[in-house]
Structures are given as C-alpha cells and as structure tokens.
Write a protein that binds this ligand. Structure first.
Ligand code: NAP
Length: 330
C-alpha cells in the first residue's frame, strides 16, 4: 500500500507531496524528499510535528504517530560535516596551543617576564616517553616542583587527555549520526581552543606558582583515576550498540568496577570528565582550570538532564534511583 504524505518544513512552509510504500523507512523517505525537493539526505531531520523530535533512519514510517494526518515535517539542518573531522580539529588544537605556549614563552609573555620568572626552559621538547622517569625522580628527589616542571607534567597529562579523545573518536565511539551541522565546527573549536589558550596561558606563565608536591601527586591520581573511569564508560557504551546500528539500550554496570557509577547516574562519563578537570586543577594549582571545569560541568549537566529524561521516556523499566550526572543531587 502507498502512503501519500504532505512534506512540510518545521518553519511551516509546505514543500509538496510524496508518495511512498507504507513499509518504507525514514531513510527511504529522506531519499524521496531529496529526489523531489533537492534537500540533501544528511541535512534532513524528519519529525512527526513542527516541534517533534528527530526520528531514527531505521524506523518504519507507518510506526510514527503523526501530529497531523498524512503530514510529515522536515527540518533542514544546514550544511553538514563529518563528525570525525570536527572531533579531530577540536581536540588537536588544544595540544598544539599548549605546546606552543610551553615551547615559546617569550612570544606570549615577553623576554622580561620570562627572565623574572622561575626559569621556564623553552628548550625542552615534549618527550612523552620520559614522563614516568621524570615523575619518579620528582617523587624520590624532593618536596617541591618548580614552575617549569609543573607546566611540563601538566602539558603531558593535558596532551594524554586530548590524544585519548581522538583515539576514542576513531576507535571506540559508535555514533548514531555520520555528520553534524558545519556550524558545530566553529562553535566547538571556538570553545576548546579558546579555553585551551586561557588555561595554557596561566599554567605556563613564568610567574605562576605551582602547588606543593603532595597536591600535585594527589591531583594527578584523581586525574588518572577519572580518565580511566571515563574510558571504561565509553567502552561499555560501545558494547551496548552492535556495529553499524543506532540501537540504544539501558546501560548497566559490567565487571569493570569503574562502571558501578551507572548505579547512581545516567551519564557517568560526564561525571568522570568533570572529576578529571578537578584533578587537573589541583595538580596545577591554577584557578582558570577550575573555571574551565565549571564551564564543562554546566554544558554536560544540560546534556545529561536531557539524556536522563530521554532514557526515562524511552524505557519504562529505567532504574528509578539514578540521577543525571551528580550522584544523589542532579
Ligand atoms: N569537557 C567538556 O566540556 C565535554 C563536553 C562534552 C563531552 N565531553 C567528552 O566527550 C565524551 C563524549 O561525549 P558525548 O556527549 O558524545 O557522550 P555520550 O552522548 O554519552 O555518547 C558517547 C557514545 O555512546 C553512544 N551512546 C550513548 N548512550 C547510548 C546508549 N544508551 N546505547 C548505545 N549507545 C549509546 C553515543 O551514541 P549517539 O551518537 O547515539 O549519541 C556515542 O557514540 C564525554 O564522555 C566527555 O568525555 C567533554
């Protein structure tokens, strides 16, 4: 049986009619809309009403409850870009910007400030592999860490964080969408690069006073613990979704103890992410890092509340005792 559907933009502008077999999926409908009205498939978001939510590509059209009989709404998402390109650019920027401020302090702070400071050594390159040796020397060899050492170790941990994110994007996450609006490239890069400059400027400043050694080690422990927790949650989420699908399931803890946080919140990856930046604040003793942590917490809280509500409406048996992001609170 064929369905005749009126296609309307979410702004209210009618595009025209399409005729499609009732067994077709949203993906088939998108191709039909492209054929008739020349809106590229990856720019379309199909909705059951002007304010409805995005319907999945795999859904059969006959299963949608339309707000107006025989009318389907399409939102033009604008020009799209592959998510891998966006993620690579937004995460590579902070590594390069931090490295630039560490290696060329004279350019950012001027020769005079650098010479007044604690002897920032711009000739140090970024030899990641010597990090454990340097750290062990620090633990064995004294109770204070000099500014340049603090900026150096912080730079390595900072880079590990962003390299981890790039690797996760390439090898762990199974995203349900292949593209995102091109505007996200500018928005996301603006956010990550802007904060990277702000944070790196302060940590690498020759007059920045580092925290006592015990606080550096305590912060490093929290940072590494939370990075492992964040990775564990991403691996669990990956395993929920069969490859090549956009299936969603209720996440429950597995044998990895880091995933127990799912008993308390819906988005423990965000909880661990915030924890990692609290650890980074302690290990650098730098207030701008905490401001970055709070900005991230705000954004992730907004998303976590949305995801939590979605879980509850999607799965009637969703665990009632979970919060969104902060155990027992939010
Ligand atoms: N510092 C900051 O400001 C900040 C802000 C945001 C993110 N981040 C970092 O970036 C990481 C990734 O962020 P995100 O917002 O993409 O995380 P997310 O929404 O939790 O998703 C991670 C991956 O898991 C999939 N997924 C989520 N729930 C699922 C379920 N119930 N069943 C099956 N698959 C599911 C997602 O697929 P879909 O494509 O279907 O969503 C996505 O591929 C965060 O954990 C955090 O470390 C940092």
């Amino acid at each position: 049986m064929a369905l005749e559907l009126e296609v309307i933009k979410t702004s209210g502008k009618p595009l025209g009619k399409v005729s499609i077999p009732s067994s077709s999926t949203i993906k088939d409908l998108k191709k039909e809309i492209y054929k008739n009205f020349k809106v590229a498939v990856n720019r379309q978001s199909i909705r059951n009403g002007p304010k409805g939510r995005d319907e999945k590509d795999s859904l059969q059209i006959s299963k949608i409850s339309l707000e107006r009989p025989n009318s389907i709404y399409v939102k033009d998402l604008g020009p799209q870009i592959g998510w891998d390109t966006v993620f690579f650019l937004e995460y590579a920027g902070p590594i390069l910007l931090y490295g630039a401020l560490f290696l060329y302090p004279q350019c950012a702070y001027g020769n005079e400030t650098v010479s007044k400071g604690h002897g920032q050594d711009a000739s140090k390159i970024f030899p990641f592999f010597i990090f454990p040796v340097g750290l062990i020397n620090e633990i064995c060899g004294g109770s204070t860490i000099k500014v340049q050492d603090n900026a150096y170790y912080a730079g390595i941990l900072w880079s590990i964080h962003y390299i981890k994110r790039i690797l996760e994007t390439a090898f762990v996450h199974r995203f349900s969408h292949g593209t995102m609006p091109i505007f996200n490239l500018f928005k996301n890069c603006g956010y990550y690069w802007g904060f990277a400059l702000y944070v790196a400027y302060h940590i690498n400043h020759p007059l920045h006073t580092p925290p006592p050694a015990w606080l550096f080690y305590f912060g490093t422990f929290i940072f590494i613990f939370c990075e492992l927790g964040n990775l564990s949650i991403h691996i669990l989420l990956r395993n929920l979704r069969p490859p090549g699908t956009s299936v969603r399931k209720i996440p429950v803890p597995d044998s990895n103890p880091f995933t127990k946080l799912f008993n308390l919140v819906s988005c423990p990856n965000y909880t661990y992410e915030f924890g990692a930046w609290v650890g980074f604040t302690l290990l650098t003793g730098c207030l701008p890092v905490f401001i970055f942590a709070l900005a991230g917490l705000y954004q992730m809280t907004v998303w976590a509340i949305g995801k939590h509500k979605k879980y509850r409406s999607e799965f009637p048996n969703y665990p009632k005792n979970r919060k969104s992001i902060i155990p027992f609170l939010i």
